[in-house]
Design a protein around this ligand. Structure first.
Ligand SMILES: Cc1cc2nc3c(=O)[nH]c(=O)nc-3n(C[C@H](O)[C@H](O)[C@H](O)COP(=O)(O)O)c2cc1C
Length: 358
């Protein structure tokens, strides 16, 4: 039997499923509540109709962009995801290698199982660092300084997680990091106890601060020497508030349907936020992006770039660094093909008129 190599992102999913424990898989794959939002992220992307132009010169398709001062070969970034050593023995180290090999910017999570210094040492591409502001602000500030020292080019402040969503799968499985794995960036934090709980079901979690307000953004913007991306915004008024308080970019996200169930699909929230932002800062979007056409749709609705979460974790689980690299390459190749077929030779030519109203 010839070995079948996946030809699209979806085909990595069953390979990843087969490569990891049930507990790890459910953490990777699951959403919150009845997983309505998680399903809508996909369904609503599929429901957007493309409306391509014909007879335009697309002999050369250019996907390059500059984002927060960084030149990127394409508008697809790796979203922050925690606990990656649950999915592959090399975890975040494999991801950063795959990201570097493919040219993708990688956003390392506060909840990583590898320290940001170790990731930075292995990085050959661009890094951002995602922040869960901790109750201990002194420790959080140290984390900011460590990210700066490690060469990260932006901080991503996740604001949609005052508490975790109702993740029934993880609750049922009593999700825990196995012995030998830890939240490596949080070493030294009082809440970080070796062998202590890492997942808590309920309105309290030792690694999240539910008392955060907009003051936390002011604080981070004033302390950090890096641009701050605010991730997890769904409303126009919150996007404007974030802008006014110094956000360098807004990431429209419902956390892949993992937090508050029944919020709108990311692709539906995107134009609402993009219209309020009016091009003043870049707008990112994640949630359900699996195909090149999905990227085109998000850009047409006002995104500067998209992020992917689960798909690169499928690549990681199935084939480590090589899997991550291939997932990115497959998606970017599809993006180039979709742009050409829409008559768009550059990202500037991916405009709203490429979508047909339903
Ligand atoms: C296993 C897993 C872990 C995640 N961990 C984090 C995290 O630590 N911080 C964060 O801001 N978002 C986290 N997310 C959300 C992603 O950054 C992103 O918003 C989401 O995965 C995008 O949707 P997609 O998986 O459909 O591409 C996580 C997502 C998954 C699937």
């Amino acid at each position: 039997m010839p070995v079948t190599i996946p030809v699209n992102l979806h085909e990595y999913e069953p390979l990843a499923r087969a490569a990891m424990s049930d507990m790890a898989w459910e953490y990777l794959a699951g959403g919150s509540g009845d997983e309505c939002t998680m399903a809508w992220n996909r369904e609503r992307l599929d429901a957007v109709w493309l409306w391509p132009h014909v007879l335009r010169d697309v002999s050369s398709v250019n996907t390059r962009l500059t984002l927060l001062g960084v030149d990127l070969p394409f508008p697809v970034l790796l979203a922050p995801t925690g606990f990656q050593r649950l999915f592959h023995r090399d975890g975040e180290l494999a991801t950063v290698r795959g990201a570097g090999a493919s040219g993708a910017l990688y956003t390392l999570s506060t909840a990583a199982t590898t320290s940001l210094e170790d990731i930075a040492a292995a990085a050959t591409g661009q890094l951002w660092f995602q922040m869960y502001v901790q109750r201990d602000r002194g420790f959080t500030l140290e984390l900011v300084r460590r990210a700066e020292a490690a060469g990260c080019r932006a901080l991503v402040l996740t604001v949609d997680t005052p508490v975790l969503g109702a993740r029934d799968r993880d609750h049922r499985n009593q999700l825990e990091l196995p012995p030998g794995l830890e939240l490596a960036n949080l070493r030294g934090l009082a809440a970080h106890v070796a062998g202590g709980p890492t997942f808590v079901h309920g309105a309290s979690n030792p690694f999240l601060d539910p008392s955060l307000t907009w003051d936390a953004l002011d604080w981070l913007v004033s302390e950090a020497r890096l641009p701050v991306v605010v991730k997890g915004v769904l409303r126009a008024d919150d996007a404007v508030r974030a802008l006014e308080r110094g956000a360098a970019a807004i990431a429209v996200s419902n956390h892949g349907g993992r937090n508050l169930d029944t919020v709108p699909a990311a692709i539906d929230a995107l134009p609402v936020v993009a219209e309020a932002v009016r091009g003043r800062v870049p707008v990112l979007m994640d949630g359900g992006v699996r195909r090149g056409v999905d990227v085109v749709k998000a850009l047409a609705l006002g995104a500067t770039a998209v992020m992917i979460g689960r798909p690169y974790l499928w690549g990681l689980g199935a084939a480590g660094a090589e899997g991550v690299e291939r997932v990115v390459r497959l998606l970017v190749t599809e993006l180039e093909m979709a742009m050409a077929q829409c008559g768009s030779a550059s990202l500037a030519e991916v405009t709203r008129d490429l979508l047909r109203p339903l």
